[in-house]
Design a protein around this ligand. Structure first.
Ligand code: BG6
Length: 487
């Protein structure tokens, strides 16, 4: 595997303590991600200690890691890299307690040298997070460490405040990295580049020119093994109060005074402070037909597997501009887009039937798939006699630059940042508490769930929610594929 030059990764070797080491996220993302970071040379020395409730030993953990790389890794496992990786893995069952964890970390530190740092990664459900934090405190592993916390950060305002308070009894805020993997996606960061590295769009990035915004993340996935977790969580807590609102903040924030953690966090928090409370009447909750028959789901479950809502950011830049958010499971397509609809011209001089406005307003669309795509659509003249208009578009795809292979997977990028102590792409206690605060009314009085057939775009009432506009998805015209003749 190509080795990275020093400088992009952390300065110090790292001991990673991974709680939830045998769980779904660890197997799908964290173990393959750490394998890539280690074997590509991003980290100058490391050891990892897996921790979980499973009664396995280091050998068993290595076998599980190997199987995870084979099943979920996007890169081929190279024998020499695997041997080096496997040699760095150790395991401590949770039941062995604080002293056992402490000695495993001490042993790892002797192997890589005292000048190392600790990264505690809590890939555990919310109920297991604080016990793990206390265990780390008891084991004396707080010094020289950063701690990565997985979402959801609480389930409402009160629980988030308690979680943050109890967390702060053990770790200082600047040691805490609340991860939201959508912010680690390359295209999410590209929103910042696009907005603030160019003079072209920022002047029109406001209520005078933008009519409305859609952040749309439909998924075709069902719940697999996750129904027990999901039944307690639902689409709003799983996706909106975390990922979609964070993306919204990048899209809507003012230019930060510097591209650094504190100024970026401050601008994002200003967006959250300006958000109007989410009104239950402007929310559609849905559940796919068949969800209630799944293992681990209540037969009369009211958990939503789909949510669409309208919200407002009541500040100078965005007052009156609706933001429509949608996400759900078992929908017709898997997409992750932000679509910005521009205001239409005040008057049309084009003859009736010319097609002007017939295909919606001009749009700027970001595709948040790992290799970014962007499109700007506008009306142009169809060649030939008369004045017939068609919707045309300028499109960019990262794939065409030949650099798509350089993209770090979201978790890889964020793990590296947490090791380096860079909090730019992480969320703050204040921001998260504010998001729960604007959600209070909705969580207390949720509208009823409406059933939708799997493979659809959600309950029918999504159209009323967005009227007189229309959902951008499904796209009327597919993204252009430059490899296809005639496109
Ligand atoms: C996770 C949610 O955080 O994000 C899942 O818990 C969801 O329910 C996933 O499927 C989507 O992430 P990605 O990176 O596949 O778009």
């Amino acid at each position: 595997m190509a080795k990275q030059s020093p400088g992009v990764g952390p300065r110090y070797p790292q001991v990673v303590v991974l709680f939830g080491a045998t769980g779904d996220l660890a197997r799908r993302k964290l173990l393959p991600g750490l394998y890539h970071l280690a074997s590509a040379g991003f980290i100058p020395g490391w050891r990892m200690i897996g921790v979980s409730l499973d009664a396995i030993d280091a050998e068993g953990f290595r076998a599980l890691a190997r199987a995870a790389l084979e099943e979920f890794g996007s890169r081929k496992v190279v024998a020499a890299d695997w041997q080096a990786f496997a040699a760095g893995l150790d395991y401590v069952p949770l039941t062995a307690g604080a002293q056992a964890l402490r000695s495993a970390v001490a042993q790892a530190e002797r192997q890589i040298g005292r000048e190392c740092r600790r990264l505690h990664y809590l890939s555990v459900p919310p109920s297991a997070a604080l016990p793990a934090v206390r265990l780390l405190g008891e084991a004396g592993l707080v010094e020289r460490s950063h701690i990565v916390m997985e979402k959801p950060f609480g389930t409402d305002l009160a629980s988030a405040v308690t979680l943050n308070r109890e967390l702060h009894e053990v770790f200082a805020e600047d040691q805490i990295f609340r991860i939201d993997h959508f912010l680690g996606k390359e295209p999410a960061q590209n929103i910042l580049a696009f907005r603030f590295a160019n003079g072209l769009f920022e002047p029109i990035w406001n209520r005078n020119f933008i009519d409305h915004v859609q952040i749309d993340v439909p998924e075709t996935l069902g719940l697999g093994q996750r129904s027990a977790f999901y039944e307690q969580t639902g689409a709003y807590r799983d996706m909106v109060v975390t990922h979609l609102f964070q993306i919204l903040a990048f899209m809507a924030m003012e230019p930060p005074t510097a591209l650094e953690p504190a100024p970026i966090s401050e601008e994002k928090n200003k967006v959250f402070r300006s958000m109007l409370p989410i009104e239950p009447a402007q929310v559609v909750r849905g559940q796919y037909v068949g969800y209630r028959d799944e293992a681990g789901v209540e037969p009369e479950s009211e958990t939503e597997t789909f949510i669409a809502l309208k919200c407002y950011i009541d500040n100078w830049r965005w007052a009156g501009v609706p933001f429509f958010l949608r996400t759900g499971k078992r929908l017709a397509e898997g997409q992750r887009i932000i679509s910005i609809a521009f205001r239409e011209p005040p008057k049309s001089m084009f003859p009736p039937g010319s097609g002007v406005g017939a295909q919606g307003p001009d749009h700027l669309t970001f595709d948040l798939a790992d290799a970014s795509k962007m499109s700007l659509s506008f009306y142009g003249k169809r060649p030939g006699p008369g004045m017939r208009l068609d919707k045309l578009s300028l499109q960019f795809a990262m794939r065409d630059t030949g650099l798509a292979g350089e993209v770090l997977e979201a978790y890889e990028r964020l793990i590296l940042d947490a090791m380096r102590g860079d909090r730019t792409l992480f969320t703050s206690a204040e921001g998260i508490e504010r998001l729960w605060q604007v959600s209070t009314h909705l969580l207390e009085s949720p509208p009823p769930v409406r059933l939708y057939p799997a493979g659809s775009w959600g309950p029918k009432s999504i159209h009323q929610l967005i009227a007189p506009h229309a959902w951008r998805l499904p796209f009327e015209r597919a993204w252009r594929d430059p490899n296809q003749a005639g496109s």
